[in-house]
Design a protein around this ligand. Structure first.
Ligand SMILES: *Cc1c(COP(=O)(O)O)cnc(C)c1O
Length: 352
């Protein structure tokens, strides 16, 4: 609290990101980063960008990047919005599209940044409970709403919805904006992007932080009807004309074009995830079905806080949440094959 802060700032409860440790000898399985580096073509593009041209502002409209996303998803550039990480795209979406007279709806267990944006922008919201098996049940979402947002696959559960369930919601819910946050879609879900041409109220948000190994570059984008995109552009142009710098634009374009590297690294992660889940099941963990680059698991006899502490003593960091319904779960990012093996060995040692 400070008397120099505005009332608003005194009332905020900011988001707390997962730890980025200062020491480098830890196995970091706590923030869902990709264990593989970005495509070599990205690194080349970034080197080429380190030039005299840095004295010039970047393209305020990031046209090259919008074109790369448009080509990738077979939409027009008018269907694409880009931002400084999908967190920024989400922030503009909350402010520009989801602040309405009726409450915004999202799951009770979900990305914990959503209620933070609601606090920042004074958006009224209602959470909708996940089912007993931790699934989003869109058919139970009230038709009276000022918007709906959920990640697919959901975080931190990792569970995915079929596209048909999202389409059923869109058929019912035509009067307010539906946002699908697809941060993890490339690890096992089906993107809702092909539906944007049919449903003008659908906005799909993605990031290059996870499946494209570029968390450090800060690039996210949204695909939706030109009407929704224009709303986001109005917010962006009232906030920061140059959210993406020259490196972010060039690097992300190169990443989107290197389809082979992307497919190879996603496949490797999915492979490691499947092996990790088998090992966790053998150790009696209850593991939710994951369509992401992390697993969400609880042990029937060990409390999650203790497990996380014991893993940390062995230089492995994982994420743990305090919310009542999920307080006995650990969220573990899928690392390289070798990191997963080290984790499994550590857990075996702790459990015996
Ligand atoms: C990681 C994540 C984001 C944020 O991604 P950035 O592009 O790095 O800001 C958004 N939504 C969900 C559900 C995430 O897990």
């Amino acid at each position: 609290m400070s008397r120099f802060w505005s009332t608003k700032v005194n009332e905020l409860t900011p988001y707390v990101p997962g730890e980025q440790p200062k020491v480098s000898n830890l196995i970091k399985l706590n923030t869902n980063e990709n264990p593989y580096g970005p495509s070599p073509k990205v690194l080349e593009a970034l080197k080429a960008e380190a030039a005299d041209t840095l004295r010039l502002y970047p393209d305020p409209n990031s046209e090259q990047l919008k074109k790369a996303v448009a080509d990738y998803y077979d939409v027009t550039q008018a269907h694409v919005f880009v931002g400084n990480g999908s967190d920024e795209v989400l922030a503009h979406t909350f402010q520009g599209l989801l602040k309405q007279d009726k409450p915004l709806l999202f799951p009770d267990i979900t990305y914990s940044f959503y209620p933070v944006y609601c606090g920042l922008y004074d958006i009224e919201y209602q959470t909708q409970p996940l089912t007993d098996s931790f699934e989003i049940d869109l058919s139970s979402y009230p038709t009276e709403n000022g918007g709906i947002i959920f990640p697919n696959p959901n975080a931190p559960t990792g569970r995915v919805l079929a596209l048909s369930e999202i389409e059923s919601l869109l058929k019912q819910n035509t009067h307010s904006v539906v946002v699908v946050d697809e941060a993890y879609i490339d690890f096992g879900g089906e993107s809702a992007v092909p539906l944007v041409k049919q449903y003008p109220n659908l906005l799909v948000i993605q990031t290059l932080s996870k499946s494209r190994s570029l968390a450090g570059l800060r690039v996210g984008f949204a695909v939706g009807s030109p009407e929704l995109i224009e709303g986001l552009e109005r917010v962006k142009n009232s906030f920061n004309s140059y959210p993406l710098d020259r490196f972010a634009i060039s690097g992300s374009v190169a990443a989107l074009k290197d389809q082979a590297y992307f497919q190879q690294t996603c496949a490797a992660i999915i492979n490691s995830r499947n092996t990790l889940v088998e090992h966790l099941n053998q150790m009696q963990f209850n593991v939710l079905p994951s369509a992401t680059n992390f697993v969400f698991a609880e042990h029937p006899e060990q409390c999650a806080t203790d497990l996380a502490a014991k893993l940390r003593e062995r230089s492995i960091i994982v994420r743990h949440f305090k919310q009542e319904r999920i307080k006995n779960f650990l969220r573990i990012t899928v690392g390289t094959e070798e990191e997963c093996q080290t984790l499994v060995n550590a857990l075996k040692e702790i459990l015996t």
